[in-house]
Design a protein. Structure first.
Length: 347
């Protein structure tokens, strides 16, 4: 039997080593003690409580190595104890603490990032129920998704290593992405948008056409300042030909290229560049050119300020990123002729 006094002393001793032991042998010895002691619920409860409190108190001051050690200990806790069954209600707090640590470690050198991913992959591989538990935390909204982009990325990266797992969870991640990024009430951070890169790279035409595209167009009309940057990340990441959607998206993005805010103009140009790079149809590129030409020609009202005209001409420049082919030799004279007339009119 372990007395509570002894458990408390042992836990304190373990955490004293966090910033003292810097050699592999000593750290492994501590890990071995933790693994052995975690078989006892008395130690597990005390260790888990101290672990979470330490992370919460020191999250802004942790070193890379300290953060990595705590992250590894959290994985040992889940791997070698009955924490989930005994303290299920505390899982949200632990997962959020892990997310803080991940944010620290993912800023570090590549070997720490690899080791960190390896710990999580081992955790998820050992038990399918473990991954399901993490997904429940995400889907039920028990932890604020805006605060855990690195955890979402690692979880998605794990599913990408297993095609069956990806297909199983793809719809769930798509639902989360739509909710927290494209349908967000506040502008998502770039890190949150990029957390879904492993998902975006594997979107099907059906997913894009039926789920993503209608929402993108609606939000770009309604709240462009919120989703413009996220749409840029999305279009840059998808692996598909965007020819059939290019002009529809351009029509709602182009007004942002003449916006008074510099950031919105630049974000719109990023979107247009991705549309052109991923449009292989000559008809799609010609339609995009026609849309820009009509705006420069004043079909949507006179362009009053120089920055607006420069913004729209910059949008035309981005269309030149379309894949080069024989067709463009016939399109270029009409584009050149139009631009010459623009320059002449502008004096």
């Amino acid at each position: 039997q372990l007395s509570m006094e002894f458990v408390s002393l042992l836990v304190d001793l373990v955490f004293q080593t966090l910033h003292i032991y810097d050699d592999r042998g000593s750290r492994k010895a501590v890990d071995d003690v933790i693994v052995k002691a975690l078989s006892r619920d008395e130690f597990m409860k005390s260790f888990a409580g101290t672990l979470v409190q330490t992370i919460e108190k020191q999250s802004k001051f942790l070193s890379l190595t300290g953060g990595y050690r705590l992250l590894k200990w959290s994985c040992l806790l889940l791997n070698y104890s009955s924490f989930i069954s005994v303290a299920k209600n505390a899982m949200s707090r632990l997962v959020l603490a892990q997310a803080y640590l991940l944010h620290v470690v993912m800023e570090g050198p590549s070997h720490l990032i690899r080791s960190c991913k390896k710990s999580f992959f081992h955790l998820f591989t050992k038990s399918s129920d473990m991954y399901k538990t993490y997904m429940e935390e995400l889907r039920e909204g028990r932890i604020p998704t805006r605060d855990i982009p690195d955890l979402i990325y690692v979880m998605l990266d794990f599913t990408n290593s297993n095609p069956d797992s990806f297909e199983k969870w793809k719809d769930a991640y798509l639902e989360i992405y739509v909710k927290v990024v494209l349908n967000a009430k506040e502008k998502p951070t770039k890190g949150l948008s990029e957390a879904f890169l492993p998902l975006l790279a594997h979107l099907s035409q059906e997913d894009f056409k039926n789920t993503i595209l209608p929402l993108c167009i609606r939000m770009l009309k309604r709240n462009p300042e919120i989703v413009l940057e996220s749409v840029g990340v999305l279009l840059k990441s998808v692996n598909m030909d965007l020819s059939r959607y290019a002009n529809d998206i351009l029509a709602v993005v182009l007004p942002q290229s003449k916006h008074a805010d510099d950031a919105r103009r630049l974000a719109s140009l990023t979107v247009i560049q991705s549309l052109s790079k991923k449009s292989t149809s000559p008809d799609a590129v010609e339609a995009m050119f026609g849309t820009v030409r009509s705006v420069l020609g004043g079909s949507e009202g006179r362009i009053t300020f120089p920055y607006q005209r420069v913004g729209v001409i910059s949008a035309l420049k981005e269309i030149t990123n379309a894949p080069i082919g024989k067709y463009f030799s016939s399109l270029s004279p009409s584009v050149s002729g139009f631009l010459l007339s623009c320059y002449t009119d502008d004096g």
